[in-house]
Design a protein around this ligand. Structure first.
Ligand code: BDR
Ligand code: CA
Length: 316
């Protein structure tokens, strides 16, 4: 079992990713660190606890992170995820468990003060990681693997023509991480996540196989379905974050190439990932850009774990 810390901004698809990671026998979730992104950080913390209590895993510590990006003003994605960040499902929070005292950045900096077998999966803007890196420049070298959901190579952006939300949200943090992490950033960007469309047929399948989980998935994804129909005329919703977890568990799910990558922090291309695939800039590779994904095998892994039932019948 490999150990992971998940840095996230829950968020509908973050919550799906947490459901996968926490229930997968292949990984042990050591801690959650929360960052502002889809929702203000306190709502993200509440949603993390809602997920942990539903799974009976309140033993996993939650660390509160940044309530705003490094420099840019905070802009949430509540139009996409609902005011409550869970598709306006208004699932109540029952427990009174408190987050840890230490800040997310201090926790991350301390955890990686020496070489560690723990990996980081970042599912939100990279503010917490950048802040931890300022405190501990060895963080990247000391973590086992670093996977980031964010950015885009060839695919269109999702909050500007060229920028993906997590890196657009805090481009200065994303730049700092790409320039200073000193560890290969395994980038699960929109090129691969756009392929991961959770459809009404899959939802119906979930409700048949495991009605309790199916109803829960319906409650949190309905809003996301409506959003995708309204803005992109897609039947279904793109669930980005679970792919980062599934890929961490099984790297054969995605393929890509190594490259030097950096992030634009100003102007109309703010947040864009610049992927120097053909080495114009002669800089050492700092990233593995994933561009191809086996969606059928993703859904088999995801649904088998989340539904707690072998899901082999899924054809996308
Ligand atoms: C990313 O942005 C957020 O809205 C999602 O949770 C995901 O992490 C996709 O661009
Ligand atoms: Ca996210």
């Amino acid at each position: 079992t490999r150990k992971i810390i998940i840095d996230c901004d829950p968020g509908i698809d973050d919550t799906l990713a947490l459901n996968l990671a926490i229930q997968s026998p292949a990984v042990e979730v050591v801690a959650l660190t929360i960052v502002c992104g889809n929702v203000p950080v306190q709502i993200g913390v509440d949603n993390a606890f809602k997920c942990l209590e539903r799974l009976g895993r309140l033993d996993i510590p939650v660390y509160v992170g940044a309530d705003q990006p490094l420099y840019k003003p905070f802009v949430s994605a509540q139009d996409t995820h609902g005011m409550d960040g869970l598709g306006d499902s208004h699932i109540p929070r029952q427990s009174t468990t408190q987050p840890a005292q230490q800040s997310a950045a201090d926790f991350l900096a301390a955890t990686f003060s020496q070489p560690s077998d723990i990996s980081i999966i970042a599912l939100g803007p990279l503010t917490n990681i950048a802040s931890a890196l300022q405190k501990n420049p060895d963080l990247g070298r000391h973590c086992a693997r670093f996977v980031s959901m964010g950015g885009t190579y060839k695919s269109h952006g999702n909050c500007s023509p060229v920028a993906e939300f997590n890196y657009w949200s805090d481009p200065d943090a994303a730049l700092a991480v790409y320039e200073q992490l000193d560890q290969t950033i395994e980038m699960i960007g929109l090129d691969v996540t756009r392929e991961i469309v959770f459809t009404p047929t899959m939802l119906a399948y979930c409700q048949r196989v495991n009605p309790e989980v199916g109803d829960y998935l319906k409650a949190i994804t309905q809003f996301y379905f409506d959003f995708h129909w309204q803005y992109e005329h897609i039947i279904g919703c793109v669930i980005n974050d679970p792919l980062a977890v599934a890929y961490f568990i099984d790297p054969t799910l995605c393929r890509g190439f190594e490259s030097y990558t950096t992030v634009e922090t100003t102007g109309i291309s703010i947040g864009q990932t610049l992927v120097d695939r053909f080495d114009f800039w002669h800089r050492p590779a700092n990233s593995l850009i994933l561009t191809e994904v086996d969606t059928t095998r993703f859904f088999e892994q995801f649904l088998t774990v989340v539904l707690n039932a072998q899901a082999t019948l899924i054809k996308t």
